[in-house]
Design a protein around this ligand. Structure first.
Ligand code: VG1
Ligand code: CO
Length: 560
């Protein structure tokens, strides 16, 4: 039976502007009449003529409204000439899994349903993001196009009578006004697990994790925080690598993440940190809602900063078969990320790139064959195996390094610092501030730090003095396509390489979140406590920005 396409009239909604990674709003905003429909229609139209006859991947982190949105997207895709959809069972696919599927199936792209590390549930956040055919988040030019379309949209098309049950794996064929349309509901984890098996030596890792090689099983606590990684973690760590059931927790993806805030940092992954601090573990790890972030801690909750994590993996790429097969190209990090990896890159004679915040900026470099490993201080680590950061990949990388060196996480870090020196790093987040005063604060600070007399100025606190070497609002020209991204964060660099960076978050769904990043390098004094070492610089940052005055906040909501 042929199904009919219908055109529905609509009017634009304000603010459908994708941020650092997709459009994120409260569920209540997305469920307004035509809100999701409008945005999805604009995503599809932004693909131009390539859309007709294309294959797209659809899936998300299982948060509240994912399944309904997936079904709606199927009907809208059917109405817009898409030929085939690959949909995760029950609408579930981690962000890295979507990226991998797009690449393996040579799809035109994928629609990812997630607000990532933002809380879920009917009162919390939902999000939609488009990834392009390289598997990576759509670049600025593309998301600007989506936004432009959203300001003028008049109609969307869909096939309202299309019935689909996405809880069962299988292929459904439809006839849409005489044209075939295929929906393939796929196992959410199979392709991703196969991909990880190609990258890592699962045989070696199995013997190491299960204890077959030395009689001592690896003591792990892997916390999926009720996000999407649960399904992947169970298959990989329990079924493939022989870990015990006690090694994994919170592995059922829940619509509201069981009330947890699946943001893997020292504040929101408190349960993991406390458990590993008290117990007898070799490694603790947590992920965010959509599985692209990771936090790694060692025995006694020894914290590995994401900036260090990236540098250590870069140093030990030999431990991962993928890099032996594919070679090692350059490294990269986002601008606020501490520059530990730069030192490894320098030693290995590799190019090192500094890009704006957001994974989309790594894609071109990877596609051009210049980048194989990159990371962000926001608990993002990944490689050119896909075009997203990849939480589970990062844990497998760390276990590979542990197996390769035979050392504990703490010893691996201490040895790394003794060779390269240490980048002390901390990030203060001031969440849900009022937007206006924050904009004013940023504007005032930009004016002050870009004034000619600012360079050369000295600031002192607690006996330490820092002299300004340069200061700007970071801008970036993509080395591959020469596209320019401006106003990517205020940056003060001091004589000794220490840095203060401040920017407003682009992933929040309401108000403003201020992020203050502090980075300081020590060649010799590598065993200090980060909070103590960085205190003077934090005080200076608060003085220069006048943050307490503008935001009314005396303390951050999250410290990492
Ligand atoms: C944050 C992080 C950034 C990351 C982005 C998406 O953005 O700082 O490094 O790429 O989230 O991560 P912002 O604009 O809020 O600082 V995820 O896991 O939320 O897709
Ligand atoms: Co995420």
């Amino acid at each position: 039976m042929s199904l009919n396409v219908e055109t529905k009239q609509t009017t634009p909604y304000e603010g459908q502007k994708p941020g650092t990674s997709g459009l994120r709003k409260k569920v209540k905003v997305f469920t307004q009449p035509n809100y999701t429909e409008n945005f999805v229609q604009c995503i599809l139209e932004a693909n131009g003529t390539a859309l007709v006859g294309s294959t797209l991947v659809v899936g998300g982190d299982g948060r509240y409204y994912c399944k309904e949105a997936a079904e709606l997207i199927i009907r809208i895709c059917a109405g817009n000439g898409v030929a085939k959809l690959l949909v995760g069972q029950n609408g579930i696919l981690s962000t890295p899994a979507v990226s991998s599927l797009i690449r393996h199936n040579k799809a035109l792209g994928g629609i990812v349903l997630t607000a990532s590390h933002n809380p879920g549930g009917p009162e919390n956040d939902f999000g939609i993001k488009f990834n392009c055919e390289n598997g990576g988040p759509a670049p600025d030019a593309f998301t600007n196009k989506i936004y432009q379309l959203s300001t003028t949209i008049k109609a969307y098309t869909l096939v309202p009578s299309l019935q689909i049950d996405i809880s069962k794996v299988g292929v459904s064929n439809y006839d849409i006004g005489g044209k075939p349309f295929v929906v393939e509901v796929i196992d959410s984890v199979a392709n991703y697990v196969r991909h990880m098996e190609e990258i890592f030596d699962f045989g070696k890792l199995h013997d190491f994790v299960s204890g077959k090689s030395n009689g001592k099983p690896l003591k792990m606590r892997i916390d999926s925080m009720n996000g999407v990684t649960g399904a992947y973690v169970r298959e990989i760590f329990l079924n493939r690598l022989g870990a015990t059931e006690a090694s994994v927790v919170h592995t059922t993806p829940l619509p509201d993440f069981g009330g947890l805030h699946p943001d893997p940092n020292l504040t929101y992954a408190k349960d993991l940190v406390e458990t590993v601090a008290k117990g007898d573990y070799d490694i603790g790890a947590a992920f965010d809602g959509d599985g692209d972030r990771n936090m790694i801690i060692g025995s006694k909750a020894f914290f590995v900063t994401p900036s260090d994590s990236l540098a250590v993996i870069a140093h030990y790429l030999d431990a991962i078969p993928y890099f032996q097969k594919n070679g090692v190209q350059g490294f990269a990090r986002s601008m606020p990320t501490a520059s530990a990896v730069d030192l490894v890159g320098k030693k290995l004679g590799k190019e090192v790139f500094e890009v704006p915040t957001g994974w989309k900026y790594f894609g071109n470099l990877m596609d051009a064959g210049r980048l194989c490993l990159c990371g962000e201080e926001s608990f993002g680590t990944g490689s050119n195996h896909i075009r997203e950061k990849d939480g589970i990949w990062a844990v497998l990388a760390w276990i590979s390094v542990m197996q390769h060196t035979g050392k504990s996480i703490e010893d691996i870090l201490k040895q790394h610092w003794s060779v390269y020196g240490r980048n002390y790093f901390t990030r203060y987040d001031y969440e849900e501030c009022d937007l206006e005063p924050c904009n004013e604060m940023m504007a005032t600070m930009e004016k002050n730090i870009t004034a000619a007399e600012f360079v050369g100025k000295s600031f002192s606190s607690e006996g330490k003095t820092y002299k300004v070497k340069e200061a700007d609002n970071f801008s970036y020209t993509d080395p591959v396509d020469k596209s320019l991204a401006t106003k990517q964060g205020l940056r003060i660099v001091f004589d000794d390489g220490s840095r203060i960076v401040m920017r407003l978050s682009g992933t929040g769904s309401s108000g403003a979140t201020v992020r203050l990043y502090i980075d300081s390098y020590e060649k010799q004094n590598v065993l200090g406590q980060a909070s103590v070492m960085l205190k003077p610089l934090i005080d200076i940052a608060l003085e220069i920005s006048q943050l307490p005055k503008f935001t009314g906040r005396n303390a951050p909501t999250v410290i990492t």
